[in-house]
Write a protein of this length. Structure first.
Length: 147
């Protein structure tokens, strides 16, 4: 068993990461903060532009594309314990799947706001963690991209 990362309780033991349940996320990663930091970095890199992508699909009337992006975002956010984003995205996906409901022209403001709060918290967690494992994430992300 790996010894705990010095200072991790300082990072996880407070409410400075709105939109994230850090304790749940740590449990999901086997209490490995470096792994969680890497996963959050990957999420930020892969999903930061999702609101813009969803809005573009909505403006073009591409319901299926919007649903696909929202569905992926909801699932990934849930797996990383970004539970507010997961719930908002899941609820918006339900609305989008109802063909009787006119397609909106953009994501609801509470979706966009909650998403950006969670993204900012993820970035702050990764920065605050400042462990050797998170510094190596750029290499891991590049390896994942190539595969």
């Amino acid at each position: 068993m790996n010894p705990p990362n010095p200072g991790i309780e300082e990072v996880t033991g407070n409410q400075q990461y709105p939109g994230l349940d850090i304790h749940d996320a740590m449990a999901r990663t086997g209490n490995k903060p470096d792994l969680l930091g890497c996963l959050l970095k990957i999420f930020v890199e892969q999903h930061s532009a999702d609101i813009g992508r969803i809005n573009k699909a909505l403006q073009l009337g591409e319901r299926g594309t919007a649903i696909s992006i929202v569905h992926s975002l909801a699932g990934t956010a849930g797996n990383l314990s970004a539970l507010s984003v997961h719930r908002i995205a899941r609820d918006f996906e339900t609305i989008l799947r109802d063909a009787a409901v006119p397609l909106p022209h953009e994501v609801p403001s509470e979706f966009s706001a909650g998403f950006h709060v969670a993204i900012d918290s993820m970035k702050r967690f990764v920065t605050d963690l400042n462990s050797p494992g998170t510094e190596q994430c750029a290499k891991r992300i590049e390896t994942i991209k190539r595969s």
